[in-house]
Write a protein that binds this ligand. Structure first.
Ligand SMILES: [Zn+2]
Length: 177
């Protein structure tokens, strides 16, 4: 940008010098030469102006792109902050024998109620709320399933579980266990 401005300025000051000479010198040969130089300088000046416009246009596009990227980052940051504060105070708790999840502070009865967060996702800084998936038959294990990755799912001890049986101190066994 600066080099284009410098080119335009020097072309224009060249024109001024020549016009000054043109007024004092009146012979035909000099006139011819002056005219040629004048056209050359005008062409250079227009070229410089054109390049200046192109550079300005390019810069506007770049600025628009940067502003767009900035907006996206700001909204991602706001979202991350919201999730972070939503799950503040969550810690790793054993909600029944051998099953650890992240959950919020204990209620008045000392119970750690859902939502329960997947500990594997939590270790990667992600928040994924576990869903209780009952076994299809009495012998089929009930699980806390991670919606982000089935491989993160936690199997519960045998029994007819519901969320109400989890997170109670001391660990209550489910009915018909
Ligand atoms: Zn997970």
């Amino acid at each position: 940008m600066l080099s284009e401005i410098a080119a335009a300025t020097s072309a224009l000051s060249g024109i001024k010098t020549i016009i000054e000479g043109f007024v004092s010198e009146r012979d035909a040969a000099k006139l011819q030469q002056t005219r040629a130089e004048l056209f050359k300088l005008l062409a250079d000046a227009w070229q410089a102006v054109f390049e200046l416009q192109q550079a300005a246009l390019l810069q506007q596009t770049e600025i628009a792109k940067l502003a767009d990227a900035n907006r996206k980052l700001e909204s991602q940051l706001a979202q991350a902050g919201k999730t972070e504060s939503q799950f503040q105070g969550y810690d790793l708790v054993e909600v029944t024998r051998g099953v650890h999840v992240y959950t919020g502070p204990a209620d008045a009865d000392g119970a750690r109620k859902p939502p329960y967060l997947c500990p594997t996702c939590m270790s990667k800084g992600e928040h994924s709320i576990l869903n209780l998936q009952k076994g299809k038959s009495p012998n089929d294990q009930t699980r806390l399933v991670c919606p982000s990755n089935v491989g993160h799912s936690l199997g519960l001890p045998r029994g007819l579980w519901s969320m109400a049986h989890l997170g109670k101190p001391p660990h209550k066994e489910p009915p018909n266990a």
